[in-house]
Write a protein that binds this ligand. Structure first.
Ligand code: FES
Ligand code: FES
Length: 176
């Protein structure tokens, strides 16, 4: 049996150290060594997106990413998807009843969050469909998922604009 190695990285904002066999994928490290079972083991071969997490704020498929890859990096899973108060994506998925069985939902939330944070504005339905093309929903309820993400994009952009206004108000050098 392969010897375990010690993996150190930031997980959901906290430093973590965990011993895992070198062949373990990131998904296996999360689920079987750290008991974080929010990231789902769907196809386990890079086809469905259910295992999507973020590494250094970019979405990755954790079932085809080796655990060693995250040494010293920053990982966010669905358990770490927070903002002060309820995250707009949680709020909108709830409002639009965007989860059916919910199996695809963690991966979709993480892919959507990375995309919306990167673009920083309200997005269109077409843009959402394109950005989430790698995330499959077995229940096929895409309409409500897309509606929820479009509305969340508006809320996130408004929140970020509010923060910018607040920063500018507190920093006169940026108001000119
Ligand atoms: S479980 Fe990773 S892509 Fe399907
Ligand atoms: S809600 Fe069931 S797989 Fe998407």
């Amino acid at each position: 049996m392969a010897e375990s190695f010690l993996l150190s990285f930031q997980l959901n904002g906290e430093p973590v150290e965990v011993a895992a066999p070198p062949h373990y994928t990131l998904l296996e490290v999360l689920r079987y060594k750290l008991d974080l079972i929010g990231s789902k083991q769907g196809c386990d071969k890079g086809d469905c997106g259910a295992c999507t997490v973020q590494i250094d704020r970019r979405p990755v498929l954790s079932c085809i990413t080796l655990g060693v890859h995250v040494q010293g990096r920053e990982v966010v899973t669905v358990e770490g998807l927070t903002r002060p108060g309820m995250h707009p994506l949680h709020d909108c998925f709830d409002k639009w009843v965007a989860a059916q069985c919910g199996f695809c939902t963690p991966g979709i939330l993480m892919a959507a969050e990375a995309y919306l944070s990167a673009v920083g504005r309200k997005v269109t339905r077409g843009e959402v469909a394109e950005a989430l093309a790698s995330n499959l929903c077995r229940c096929t309820g895409y309409t409500k998922i897309v509606d929820a993400i479009v509305e969340a994009s508006e809320l996130m952009a408004a929140e970020d604009e509010g923060k910018d206004d607040h920063r500018r108000a507190g920093n006169p050098s940026k108001t000119s």
